[in-house]
Design a protein around this ligand. Structure first.
Ligand code: PGA
Length: 251
């Protein structure tokens, strides 16, 4: 039995205004009050970070951004720095989500953004995952080795309590086609073994993401190397997300 505290994070993607986000947070806060043994987070769009952080102040739910830029300031139209995220009251950020990688974010940028987030005082969930073509070609584990090695290249082992990795197969994101518990376990164990070359593998949290729902969450998260979930669509409704949170602790 792992002693790692699971993380359940809800990635809202490009959904919810600040008012809608605050409403969801207020509902979620009441639903998961007193649930412990799990770290809970929501990842609103930038424009709702402040409202979410205000609505969740003093609760057991953290606020994370969905991305961060590697520079501290300057001519980077449309981008947001770590300091700006911290100033909203958010505690961390996702980095390297596949939807951002698909829009051009490179391994080097992911590494630099992880670094910038940590330097700015944020916690990080670094995302990785293979396409269906890569899985069918038997390239999944090699691909994950590359993404994890590159993404964590600038992280010092002393910082590992502020970083987690989310394994999210691209073919399972938003498709309703969840990885089987065996596939999630195999990939998360592989991510852990790759990270263990530089970090304390036994302590690193590795999450699964991709069509996680109240129906499949508990079984996925009961796998020995799956330390929680990164949830997209099912995190938009407070009731559904709370059910997934409860699935992480058998509550
Ligand atoms: P999904 O998204 O749960 O809607 O599949 C997961 C993610 O992209 O983080």
């Amino acid at each position: 039995m792992s002693t790692r505290t699971p993380i359940v994070a809800g990635n809202w993607k490009m959904n919810k205004t600040s008012a809608e986000g605050a409403e969801t947070c207020t509902a979620l806060r009441a639903l998961v009050e007193g649930v412990d043994g799990v770290e809970i987070a929501v990842c609103p769009p930038y424009t709702a970070l402040q409202a979410a952080a205000d609505a969740l102040k003093g609760s057991n739910i953290d606020v994370l951004a969905q991305a961060v830029h590697e520079k501290e300031s300057g001519a980077h139209t449309g981008e947001i720095s770590a300091a700006m995220i911290v100033a909203t009251g958010a505690a961390g950020t996702l980095v390297g989500h596949s939807e951002r990688r698909a829009a051009g974010e490179t391994d080097d940028q992911v590494a630099a953004r992880v670094r910038a987030a940590l330097d700015g005082g944020l916690r990080v969930i670094m995302c990785c995952g293979e396409s269906l073509e890569q899985r069918d070609a038997g390239e999944t584990m090699d691909w994950l080795t590359g993404q994890v090695t590159a993404g964590l290249a600038q992280v010092d082992p002393s910082e590992q309590d502020r970083i987690a990795v989310a394994y999210e197969p691209i073919w399972a994101i938003g498709t309703g086609r969840t990885a089987t518990p065996e596939q999630a376990q195999e990939a998360c164990a592989h991510v852990r073994s790759v990270a263990a070359e530089r970090f304390d593998g036994a302590a690193l949290r590795v999450l699964y993401g991709g069509s996680v729902s109240p129906d499949n969450a508990a079984e996925l998260m009961s796998q020995p190397d799956v330390d929680g979930a990164l949830v997209g669509g099912a995190s938009l409704e407070a009731e559904k997300f709370a059910a997934i949170v409860r699935g992480a602790v058998g509550a």
